[in-house]
Design a protein around this ligand. Structure first.
Ligand code: MN
Ligand code: MN
Length: 469
């Protein structure tokens, strides 16, 4: 009390009226930080086996099965507390826990994406030049191309042979595996390249991946190095060159997630965007026991290239599943959607002191500041976005405050500095209340992105609290 008496009138008024700056990790006790560290051990394990969407679906499915979820059966009757999951084409998974009220008051949706920027193989990828064998690639999502040269790359994906056999490929992750690399020009000879703008220094067509250098034998045949690679692939997978046409093969950084910093407070990994929201979403669904309304964590694909296609959020897959749940309750889909609430669980750019001028510091998210609520994304005057309503922002803010979850709000960088989008606008178009809520990330879309353990844990707490709404 003595302290208060000393405060000036202005200081007291400020205390009452001015917004308090979030205190970040300073406000957390040792116990919470220890819980965050422990939660992130699970996250790192998830990341190791989830670099591309098919793998993330398989990892999430295993977690679901280990925690009492069963495959959803259309037409079956479910009771509160039942746990079901659906998989779409191996690239989406939805985990649902049936609520006491089922879908009558809408559903609670946490939607994260499990695709991340990378280099995809072209349909005719293999070629030989200067006695080297290489892959042609077509990059997927927004990358800074120079970041993808001269780093170890692993090959992930699936090949479907002409005989219909599906072959899953993962080369470059085990220590004994070979890996692959995109070459770059040495600094001694880059005088022309070095004068180009950054976006043009590495051409998309130059993201060619080195895959071999030895000839098959000493016969006088052309393209012996390429032939040798085709032979190795035939012996290992039974595939021929034309089987690349029916394949989805992606090159991703070959390194595993690692703790960052002497204090181990951060995690560096490929694909935090958006597995860093997917994993907490899955864990929140697993922890949901008997929620009031049915809760669904949905992991989607193709977000990084516009959410198009039958595994992107513009597909009707999720709505069809919700419709099935609605019909079982004697409800119509449109009425369920109108009463539903969604967290578009996606990352935002954390303020980077090294690139401070790209941000507006009063409206940025900060590492260790907790989950970031992004009211709208878009670009060019809020174009191409869902701008969450004041009412919905109010509900989510109240939820976070009630549960004492560390949270912050911000935009994606400064006005007209660039822009971006999430799946929020597609969900909003179905007449669902939605806002972006996720983890702040440093070096977003780089081969090695950075998050803090505290922020990852706060995402989990936020999704778990949301599932109780
Ligand atoms: Mn994202
Ligand atoms: Mn992204």
């Amino acid at each position: 009390m003595a302290d208060t008496e000393k405060k000036t009138e202005a200081a007291l008024l400020k205390e009452k009226l001015a917004a308090k700056k979030p205190s970040g990790a300073l406000s957390l006790d040792g116990e919470t930080i220890a819980k965050a560290d422990e939660f992130c051990e699970g996250y790192k394990t998830f990341m190791k086996s989830s670099k591309v969407e098919r793998e993330a679906v398989r990892t999430a499915e295993k977690l679901a099965l280990d925690n009492g979820f069963v495959k959803y059966e259309q037409g079956a009757q479910y009771k509160p507390g039942d746990r079901v999951y659906v998989v779409n084409r191996g690239k989406n998974i939805g985990l649902a826990v049936i609520g006491k009220n089922g879908t009558k008051n809408g559903v609670r949706l946490v939607i994260a994406h499990i695709d991340s920027p990378r280099l995809d193989l072209k349909p005719n990828p293999v070629y030989e030049a200067a006695d080297l064998a290489l892959f042609k690639t077509h990059y997927y999502g927004g990358i800074k191309k120079y970041q993808w040269t001269a780093i170890p790359l692993a090959l992930h994906g699936r090949i479907v042979r002409l005989d219909g056999e599906c072959i899953d490929v993962c080369v470059g992750e085990d220590e004994g595996d070979p890996c692959f690399v995109v070459s770059d020009l040495l600094p001694h000879l880059d005088r022309e390249q070095a004068t180009k703008p950054m976006a043009k220094a590495i051409a998309g067509e130059n993201l060619n991946v080195l895959i071999g250098s030895r000839p098959f034998n000493q016969d006088k045949e052309s393209e012996q190095v390429k032939l040798n690679i085709l032979n190795i692939l035939f012996e290992k997978y039974g595939i021929t060159e034309s089987d690349f046409l029916s394949a989805e093969l992606d090159l991703v950084p070959a390194f595993p997630p690692r703790d960052i910093g002497f204090d181990r407070s951060l995690i560096g990994a490929y694909g935090h965007d958006d597995k860093v929201c997917a994993y907490p979403g899955v864990m929140a669904a697993i922890e949901a026991k008997e929620p009031d309304s049915t809760v669904i964590t949905f992991l989607c694909d193709k977000e990084e290239i516009g959410s198009d296609g039958n595994t992107g959020m513009q597909s009707t897959f999720l709505n069809t599943f919700i419709e099935d749940l609605a019909e079982a309750d004697g409800m119509k889909l449109r009425h369920v959607l109108a009463r539903s609430m969604c967290l578009s669980a996606d990352v935002n750019a954390a303020f980077d002191p090294t690139y401070a001028s790209a941000f507006e510091e009063r409206n940025s998210s900060y590492l260790n500041g907790g989950v970031i609520i992004t009211k709208y994304t878009g670009a060019g005057g809020k174009y191409d976005t869902s701008d969450a309503s004041a009412e919905y922002m109010g509900r989510i803010r109240r939820m976070l405050e009630d549960k004492k979850i560390l949270w912050q709000t911000g935009e994606l960088g400064k006005v007209d500095g660039g822009g971006g989008g999430t799946i929020a606008k597609y969900v909003a178009n179905y007449n669902v209340d939605v806002v972006d809520l996720g983890v702040p990330v440093l070096s977003m879309h780089a081969p090695f992105e950075v998050v803090t353990k505290v922020d990852v844990y706060m995402a989990y707490l936020a999704f778990a609290a949301f599932f109780e709404m």
